[in-house]
Design a protein around this ligand. Structure first.
Ligand code: ADP
Ligand code: MG
Length: 401
């Protein structure tokens, strides 16, 4: 892995102005933040810089205001949550560049924290306009990027600033990059990848990248149905992208050539209706799905076999639930496999990295999220990483050295 600078590489920063890109795009209800996970993730970086005596200016986007001021998307709506999590007073500054920011920097004492307005109120942000980035940079001495979740976007505050100022990865960014590198870039082998979720079409690039890189590719969730159909199995009323069976076959061929074992369920949980604990629920072999049934989870025998695959592996990457886990009992395969992975991770025989919106929800539902080696809450950036893409925000940090 090409390297990037971290906060360890900062010299004396007392009195210097740090421009710190964080992710404050938190869910809101009635004007209040309902989940402070993201600001908590940025807290170590912010506090470390403040303790070292820097004047810390936080940069973030909030919603999609499309290059215009919009009071319903002001970052100031997160101010209370930010102050509460940091345990500090934070000065809201309703600009990102120009004299108001300059004056505010003059008012801030060493170790104080300022929160700049929504970067996306300016069209230059998403356009990655070099002049806009330079205008922001004019009020800072160095740049810290602690928002991995925004690193798949080449925007002024995620990429452009790293071209102008001395640039460093924040602690959360550093942790994420180290964890992801240990899972796919330079992993301990053998590696198992679990890919589940609803559709093949949303994860084609992920599957194509993984078959070339892992020893075991475990396919579950709705997308397994498309692979089963490609093998000539009748999946009844299951969610299935019949137009993608050719693609599924090509992925299976590619896996064969690469020496990657592709695992599909051989027993499944089916039902005639999609509801909690339906009367028509049964477990059957994949060859026995009736025309009016749908596959909603991986079956218990397959779960057992897949758990054994986990035990032979040193590294596990997981994206996508094994079944329709939001509805009981179709959470059983996901929960059981999550528990197996968690136990192996606690025992330190497995490095386990998982990500994806629904995946994180499923692992929380299983009660084991904190036992995984690393859980990425990055969403889109995590998926692009699983696709093997370079993330512009990360590339810029590495190039800044
Ligand atoms: P992530 O957000 O972690 O990337 P996805 O969005 O790709 O995951 O997929 C999650 C969704 O897939 C869940 O809503 C789940 O109910 C659905 N799903 C999983 N298995 C099935 C299935 N067999 N049939 C229908 N939907 C399924
Ligand atoms: Mg999802």
């Amino acid at each position: 892995m090409a390297s990037f600078k971290t906060l360890d590489d900062l010299g004396d920063i007392a009195g210097k102005v740090a421009l710190v890109r964080v992710d404050l795009n938190m869910p809101m209800d009635g004007g209040a933040v309902t989940d402070t996970t993201r600001v908590e993730a940025a807290k170590p970086t912010i506090m470390e810089l403040a303790k070292a005596g820097a004047k810390v200016l936080l940069l973030a986007h909030f919603g999609r205001p499309k290059g215009q001021r919009n009071s319903t998307m002001s970052v100031s709506m997160t101010l209370d949550a930010v102050e509460q999590v940091l345990g500090r007073e934070v000065m809201f500054i309703p600009e990102v560049h120009g004299p108001v920011v300059e004056q505010s920097v003059g008012i801030l004492r060493n170790g104080d924290i300022g929160l700049l307005e929504n970067t996306r109120f300016w069209a230059g942000e998403e356009a990655n306009d070099p002049q806009f980035a330079a205008d922001i940079a004019a009020n800072g001495d160095f740049y810290v990027n602690d928002a991995f979740s925004a690193a798949h976007r080449a925007h002024a505050s995620t990429e452009g600033l790293a071209r102008i100022l001395p640039s460093f990865a924040g602690r959360a960014m550093e942790k994420e990059l180290v964890a992801l590198a240990s899972a796919l870039d330079n992993p301990q082998q053998p590696v198992a990848a679990v890919v589940g979720g609803a559709k093949v079409s949303s994860k084609l690039a992920v599957l194509e990248n993984l078959v070339a890189r892992v020893q075991h590719l475990i396919i579950g969730g709705g997308m397994a149905n498309t692979f089963l159909a490609a093998r000539g199995i009748d999946v009844g009323k299951s969610l299935c992208e019949h137009d993608l069976t050719g693609t599924a076959n090509a992925i299976m061929d590619k896996a064969d050539q690469a020496g990657c074992t592709l695992h599909l369920p051989y027993d499944v949980v089916v039902s005639k209706e999609f509801a909690a604990n339906p009367a028509s629920l049964r477990v059957c072999n994949v060859h026995e799905v009736a025309a009016d049934e749908m596959i909603l989870d991986v079956g218990p025998q397959a779960v057992e076999a897949l758990g054994d695959v986990f035990k032979t592996c040193k590294t596990l990457v997981w994206n996508g639930p094994m079944g329709a886990f939001e509805t009981e009992p179709f959470d059983e395969a996901t929960v059981a496999l999550a528990k197996t992975a968690a136990a192996l991770s606690i025992g330190e025989s497995l490095i386990s990295v998982a990500g994806g919106g629904d995946t994180v929800a499923a692992l929380n539902h299983a009660g084991v999220a904190s036992d995984f080696t690393y859980i990425s809450t990055a969403g889109g950036a995590f998926l692009e990483w699983m696709e093997g893409k370079d993330l512009p925000g990360v590339t810029a940090l590495k190039a800044a050295n």
